[in-house]
Write a new protein. Structure first.
Length: 319
């Protein structure tokens, strides 16, 4: 079964009440589990000001990179369950990383606040790369030079990392996988020529692609994206089963009071329906996914089952 971070079925919209001040007067810390400049960091800094306004509380976004997101996840899992510490994340640090390395938390260490957005993935190289100019030449070169093509990702167990594992399996490649503490550091090395390629969220790469510093080889899904109409899909480059994107959600520590979770969830729902916020997200290739508080937990449970199957089959191993 393919490991895909797919859109959850959250089309049913939840009713929401006007946001009220939380019982805790403390500012809210929203932890980003990767370095600045990546998809999660970008989305967090878009939604935080609007969410702060809805809740009437200060929200401080802080980056806690490391361990494929497990450093930030562990900090939130052990935080006071009062709504003052939140984690913006993909499912991967919660359900995949614990099956690859030892962590102090499980999927049950968190309360779901809600889904946030989904973003396409793209495989890129530095503009003007003489080794390969498109996906066909990338695949040909990589097959002819096993272990010699370096490809970066944003952290162990991330959707970027899982996508590389899938790419190698489906396309029968042997790549030199280089793991970073976020997309930002990987992009710096790609642009500097230290690595040959990378798989990244479109949100954190699109500006470099449009600015002519990066070249997009293929999107990692069956359809083209309106932001990159010239970039082919995996279906077009002969890899139709390579289909993976990134979905973000918001988590609080387990045992956070239900009323507190509801206040934050209702505010998040309203923020994601705001046309201005939706437009900001679309501008960075992310689609808003407003839904009920438990929508993210449904996705987490589904992905946890898939990750368990992959781990049992020996397919989840650190590079």
């Amino acid at each position: 079964r393919q490991m895909c971070i797919r859109d959850s079925a959250v089309s049913a919209l939840a009713a929401f009440a006007p946001a009220m001040a939380q019982t805790s007067a403390k500012p809210i810390t929203m932890l980003v589990p990767f370095a600045a400049g990546g998809n999660i960091d970008i989305v967090a800094r878009i939604i935080a000001p609007a969410l702060s306004k809805q809740l009437g509380q200060t929200i401080v976004v802080q980056n806690r990179p490391g361990g494929g997101g497990s450093v930030a996840a562990a900090e939130v899992a052990r935080a006071q369950p009062d709504g003052s510490t939140l984690l913006i994340t993909t499912p991967n640090p919660i359900v995949i990383v614990p099956k690859m390395v030892s962590t102090t938390y499980t999927v049950n260490s968190f309360e779901s606040v809600g889904l946030i957005s989904s973003t396409a993935l793209v495989i890129t190289t530095k503009a003007g790369n003489q080794k390969f100019k498109d996906m066909a030449s990338f695949l040909a070169y990589a097959r002819a030079n096993p272990g010699k093509v370096s490809i970066g990702n944003s952290g162990i167990g991330t959707s970027n990392h899982v996508a590389i594992m899938q790419l190698q399996s489906i396309a029968k490649l042997d790549l030199n996988v280089v793991t970073y503490k976020g997309s930002g550091p990987a992009i710096i090395d790609l642009l500097g020529g230290q690595i040959d390629a990378m798989i990244d969220q479109l949100s954190s790469s699109v500006a470099h692609i449009k600015g002519g510093r990066m070249a997009a080889l293929s999107l990692l899904g069956p359809e083209r994206d309106p932001l990159l109409p010239e970039t082919p899909s995996t279906k077009e480059v002969g890899l139709p089963t390579l289909d993976i994107n990134t979905t973000l959600g918001l988590l609080a520590p387990a045992k956070t009071p239900e009323a507190t979770v509801k206040q934050i969830s209702d505010a998040l729902f309203k923020v994601l329906q705001d046309p201005a916020v939706k437009e900001q997200l679309l501008n960075v290739a992310s689609i808003a996914r407003p839904g009920p508080a438990n929508a993210f937990s449904v996705l987490l449970k589904r992905e946890d089952t898939i990750a368990s199957e992959l781990a049992t089959a020996g397919k989840l191993k650190p590079e």
